[in-house]
Design a protein around this ligand. Structure first.
Ligand code: ADP
Ligand code: ZN
Length: 287
C-alpha cells in the first residue's frame, strides 16, 4: 500500500492506493500550521500498512538530496511552513521511503503515466491558479536540477495596453504577477469566475500564456502540454492560446495540432494526488 500527499497552500489531500493509480481512501486536511496539519496527516496514514509515501508539495522546496535541508519546505510566504522538514517528519512517523518533488512535477508525472500524456516520456504540466507553476517530465524523469524549475516567474513582453503593475511580490510583472488568478482579480476588479463574459480578459490572459508556452516549447520541447488550475477552467483561455501561439512561433518549430497538443488534465483534479502515488512507488523501487 502506498501513501500520497498533495500538499497545497490551502489544503492537503492525502490518499492511500496503488502504483496503477487506484485510490482506496482519501481525505482533505486544511493547511493551517505544521503541527496541526501534519498530526492529522499522520493519523490518517497510521491506519494503513504503508510501504512508501510520495509528496508533491507547494514550495519553494529543497529537492537536492545532497543538501542539509533536503526535504524542507524553504522560503514560502506561508510563514508557519518556512524551513519546515516535511520529509523528515514523515520518515520519523513511518520509517518508509519518501518521494518528494513539487506539486506541479507530481502532476506532470501523473499525467505522463496515466493521464493526457500517457505513454509519452515527455510532458509539461502547468497550473494557472492562485499562482502559476509548471513541472516537466523529461525522458521519463521529473525535471530537477540545482533546485526545481520555477517556470511561473519568467519575464514576458508586456501588452502595450496593459497598465497593470503586476502582483508578484518578487518581480511584479512576471508571468505569475500578470496572469495568475489574483492578478486577474486585481486588474479587472472581479474574480475570474465572474469575468466569463469579458472577452478582453481572456484575450489578454491568452496573450501572456501563449508567450510563456512559446518559451517552454523552445527550451524543453515537451511532447504534450497539460494546462490545469482554476483559471484554465475557462475554455476561452485555450481559444486565445490557440490563436496567439502560432502567431508567436511563426512556424519556426513544428508542433502538433494545437487542440491535441495543449490540453486539459486527463486525470482532472486527480493529477497531483495520482502523481504523488507514483512518486511513492518510485521511492520504493529506488530503495
Ligand atoms: P490553487 O491554485 O489555490 O490550488 P485553483 O487552481 O482553484 O487553486 O486556483 C484558484 C484561482 O483560480 C483563484 O484566483 C480563482 O479566482 C481562480 N479560478 C478558480 N476557478 C475559476 C474559474 N472557473 N474561472 C476563472 N478563474 C477561476
Ligand atoms: Zn515572480
Amino acid at each position: 500500500m502506498l501513501g500520497a500527499i498533495e500538499a497545497g497552500g490551502t489544503k492537503f489531500i492525502c490518499a492511500v492506493g496503488e502504483a496503477d493509480g487506484t485510490i482506496h481512501e482519501r481525505i482533505q486536511i486544511p493547511t493551517t500550521v505544521p503541527a496541526e496539519t501534519m498530526q492529522r496527516v499522520v493519523e490518517f496514514f497510521q491506519a494503513y500498512p504503508l510501504e512508501a509515501i510520495g509528496v508533491g508539495s507547494f514550495g519553494p522546496i529543497d529537492v537536492n538530496p545532497e543538501s542539509p535541508t533536503y526535504g524542507y519546505i524553504t522560503s514560502t510566504p506561508k510563514l508557519a511552513w518556512k524551513d519546515y522538514p516535511i520529509v523528515q517528519t514523515l520518515k520519523d512517523a513511518f520509517a518508509v521511503p519518501v518521494g518528494f518533488t513539487t506539486d506541479v512535477n507530481g502532476a506532470a508525472l501523473g499525467e505522463a503515466t496515466l493521464g493526457a500524456a500517457k505513454g509519452l516520456d515527455s510532458c509539461l504540466y502547468i497550473t494557472v491558479g492562485t499562482g502559476i507553476g509548471a513541472g516537466a517530465i523529461v525522458r521519463g524523469e521529473v525535471l530537477e536540477g540545482l533546485s526545481h524549475p520555477e517556470m511561473g516567474h519568467i519575464l514576458l513582453r508586456r501588452h502595450p495596453n496593459d497598465p497593470y503593475q503586476g502582483k508578484c511580490p518578487y518581480h511584479h510583472d512576471c508571468l505569475e504577477g500578470l496572469a495568475a488568478g489574483p492578478a486577474l482579480e486585481e486588474r479587472w476588479g472581479e474574480k475570474g469566475i465572474d469575468l466569463v463574459d469579458r472577452h478582453e480578459v481572456w484575450d489578454l490572459e491568452g496573450y501572456y500564456l501563449a508567450q510563456a508556452l512559446m518559451q517552454y516549447i523552445l527550451i524543453l520541447s515537451p511532447k504534450k502540454i497539460i494546462l490545469g488550475g482554476g483559471v484554465s477552467n475557462q475554455p476561452q483561455v485555450f481559444t486565445a492560446i490557440y490563436q496567439y501561439l502560432p502567431e508567436l512561433l511563426q512556424g519556426y518549430v513544428h508542433i502538433p495540432e494545437l487542440s491535441t497538443y495543449i490540453v486539459s488534465p486527463g486525470l482532472g483534479n486527480d493529477a497531483g494526488i495520482t502523481g504523488a502515488l507514483l512518486l511513492a512507488d518510485r521511492a520504493l523501487t529506488k530503495n
